[in-house]
Structure formats: structure tokens, C-alpha cells
Design a binder for this molecule. Structure first.
Ligand code: ZN
Length: 416
């Protein structure tokens, strides 16, 4: 079986120029004695925005792996694919994030709910699971309600899973099931039922991405109740360990944390949980590297800084349009966005400090950061001008990319 490593970290490289700088962070961590597998992810939506093809992600990753002599595992993730988008990812991906969030809540025929309840009496009553804070108390009605909510989504996962299996071959790919892009979080008792449903649907996932409680905004820290997150995360780990045995799921099944970049207040919680339980984790990031490119260009000064300022001015003038698709995953206070003239007067290091995610830095501005996070389309629009600047300033950009992943993400997560 193609087995996902215990620790894996998803990186996004929107413009396919930073794979080497990203991989350098994994290499530094390996030298510290912690092996984490890089997973290059790009969704169909991102490819559409940028105008790129899935094969380009594999090519850039493979070139970086060769250039740096990386001899450990690495993967290419067809991120958030669905039945209608998966095909063009099949030849160049070995990791598939099967997104079934849209099928949550679509009611199934009642006889299938009854069949599931009859097959799984163990889910009804007092459900005791090793390592959980307190046993789940369920009733036939409560399990039926959860089954009604998720059955179609898990069947959809089964369809996509079988489609991938037919093309790639059994056990020659890694499957993740994602349910994070939806309104309501999935509680630990729901996760247990979802895993039983997935097993019944013939899905053999190595990672599962629930929606956790709290806000996972793009490019900034977690907003929510940390004690509640810790309790739920620990309960989820216990549920997974239990479901692996009870429902014959892959032994390495683990949680996947989407929008995982910049969630600095969660990393110590996750690190403690992994150390305590021996569990693995997949942490998915995507847009954070694009922001480091912009920080690098700002630091570089000259034409790089000029383009960064232009992008900000344009983004500010089109704030509604740029933010609309991301309304549920950003919190921007417009009063805290400086006007274009102010930013035009900034030095490179000033703009870099406003963007760089060091929350204690007096010049850091989470609102500017979030706005530019969702403005990557503007760099795509700048086309060759943007890409040529990335090439001309490769070293200073690479330094930002590597440092961000290694210092601010990997060290707090994986160095114990
Ligand atoms: Zn996601």
C-alpha cells in the first residue's frame, strides 16, 4: 500500500516557483531529527484562478526533489477534487483530497438509514472509547439524524474513491476525505459515525479533514475557544484510533487540519496531543507561500516593492470583489486598511513587516495580510512581470518562504 507518513505537511505553491525553498524547510527539520513528508497541494479552483495545469505541480515538486537530493517520501495532492474535476489530476497525483462537503445534509432514502442502524447497534447507547474525555450517550434517533446528514456524503466519497482506484490501481494512492468546507463543525460522535459510514461505503482513507470548532481564517491565527479545541482534537484522535480497529480502516488513518497555516495558538495543543498519543497528523497550508513571495519582493525594494504596492492599491480598490468568495474565512476590519497613498510611502521593510506574520511586531497588520492573502489573482494577472521578479529576486524570496515554514510552522508543531 502507498502509505502516508506519520507526519505530513501540505504546501501550496501557487506560481510554481518555490518548491525548492519549501523543501529546504523539510530538509532542515530532517536534520533536526524529525521526518515530515512534503505534500504539494493545489485545488481545481486554484488552477482555474491561476490558469495552470495539475501536471505543473508534479513537475515543480519533482525538480525540487532532484535538485535538493530529497530521498524521503513526498506526494502531490489533488486538493478538494470532486467526481467532475478529478480526471485531469489522475496521472500526476498520488494523494487525493475527496471533497464531499456539498453532499452533507442531502437526505438519503430512509431504508438506507435503517439498514445502517441495524448493522451498527454498537453506536447506540453509551459508547465508551479509550482515551475520550467522557463516553458518548446516543439514542437511535440521534444516530439516525447523524446518519441522515452524512450518508450521502460518504456514498459520494465511495463513488470518487472507486473512480480513482480504477485508474490508479488498488492501494497505489492515498485518499483523504474532506468535510471542512461546510457551515457546521463535526463533533467527535459525528466523526465516529462518519468513519463507520465511510468503511461501509468501501472508502479506505488515510486522512480525514473534519471541520473543527472555531474560525480557521486565511493566513491568520485561530479564533475560538482553545480549551474546547483541545478537548475535541483529543477526542477526535481517540475516535480515529477506535474506528481503525472497529471498522477495519487504515492503521495510519489520521486527522488532516485544513487552513492549517498560521494557526500558531493551536500548534502547542496539536504537538502535545501527538506526543501523548503517538498519532500522526497532516497539516495543510496553501496561500502562505504566496504571501512570503510578496514579502520577499517588498524586502527586495525597487521593481519588486513597486509591484507589491501596486497589488495592494488595486486590491484595496477592489476589496469587495476580492473578498466575496472568501467571506466565511476572512475577518477584515476595513477601517484598519491603510489607504494606497500611505502604503506607497512605506519602505520595503515596512511593507514586509506589515505582512509578515509576527503578531507581536508593532507594524504587523492582520487586515492587510488577509486582504493580500485573497489577492493572489492579481499576481496571476501581472503574469510575466510577476514571475520575472520572482526569478530576479530568488534568494531573498526563498529565504522568506523557508523561514516561514520552518520557524513559524514546523518548529512549534514538530520539535518536542
Ligand atoms: Zn480544505
Amino acid at each position: 500500500m502507498l502509505t502516508l507518513e506519520r507526519f505530513s505537511f501540505g504546501v501550496g505553491d501557487r506560481f510554481a516557483h518555490q518548491a525548492k525553498a519549501q523543501l529546504a524547510a523539510f530538509q532542515m527539520l530532517a536534520k533536526d531529527g524529525v521526518e515530515v513528508a512534503p505534500v504539494w497541494n493545489k485545488s481545481n479552483r486554484e488552477h482555474t484562478f491561476i490558469g495552470s495545469e495539475p501536471q505543473s505541480v508534479f513537475d515543480a515538486a519533482q525538480a525540487a526533489v532532484k535538485a535538493l537530493g530529497w530521498d524521503k517520501g513526498w506526494h502531490v495532492d489533488a486538493d478538494h477534487i470532486r467526481l467532475e474535476t478529478v480526471d485531469k489530476f489522475l496521472p500526476c497525483s498520488d494523494f487525493f483530497t475527496i471533497d464531499v462537503a456539498d453532499s452533507i445534509g442531502k437526505p438519503p432514502e430512509e431504508r438506507y438509514v435503517e439498514r445502517f442502524l441495524a448493522k451498527h447497534p454498537e453506536l447506540i447507547g453509551t459508547v465508551t472509547i479509550a482515551g475520550i474525555s467522557e463516553p458518548f450517550h446516543t439514542t437511535t434517533d440521534s444516530v439516525a439524524a447523524i446518519t441522515r446528514k452524512y450518508l450521502n456524503a460518504t456514498w459520494e466519497a465511495g463513488l470518487i474513491y472507486k473512480h480513482i482506484k480504477k485508474s490508479k490501481g488498488a492501494k497505489k494512492f492515498i485518499a483523504e476525505v474532506s468535510m471542512d468546507e461546510t457551515d457546521a463543525p463535526q463533533t467527535p460522535p459525528e466523526l465516529l459515525i462518519i468513519l463507520a459510514l465511510l468503511s461501509d461505503a468501501g472508502v479506505y482513507p488515510q486522512t480525514i479533514a473534519p471541520k473543527f470548532t472555531g474560525r480557521f481564517n486565511k493566513g491568520v491565527d485561530y479564533v475560538g475557544d482553545l480549551a474546547q479545541f483541545e478537548r475535541e482534537f483529543n477526542d477526535d484522535l481517540a475516535v480515529i484510533a477506535h474506528a481503525v480497529k472497529a471498522y477495519g480502516l487504515p492503521r495510519n488513518l489520521k486527522l488532516s487540519v485544513h487552513s492549517g497555516s498560521d494557526k500558531f495558538s493551536l500548534y502547542p495543543i496539536i504537538r502535545r496531543a501527538l506526543a501523548r498519543t503517538g498519532a500522526g497528523v497532516h497539516l495543510k497550508t496553501a496561500g502562505t507561500t504566496w504571501l512570503e513571495e510578496l514579502i520577499g519582493l517588498a524586502e527586495a525594494g525597487g521593481d519588486g516593492l513597486a509591484l507589491a504596492k501596486e497589488i495592494y492599491a488595486y486590491a484595496l480598490a477592489h476589496v469587495d470583489e476580492l473578498c466575496a468568495p472568501y467571506a466565511s474565512v476572512i475577518d477584515i476590519d476595513r477601517a484598519k486598511l491603510p489607504d494606497a497613498a500611505t502604503v506607497n510611502g512605506w519602505t520595503g521593510p515596512q511593507l514586509a513587516s506589515a505582512l509578515r506574520h509576527i503578531p507581536t511586531h508593532p507594524e504587523f497588520n492582520a487586515h492587510v495580510r488577509q486582504l493580500l492573502h485573497v489577492s493572489f489573482k492579481l499576481a496571476a494577472k501581472a503574469g510575466a512581470r510577476y514571475l520575472d521578479l520572482l526569478k530576479a529576486n530568488e534568494a531573498i524570496v526563498a529565504k522568506q518562504v523557508t523561514e516561514n515554514i520552518y520557524e513559524r510552522h514546523m518548529k512549534p508543531l514538530f520539535i518536542w
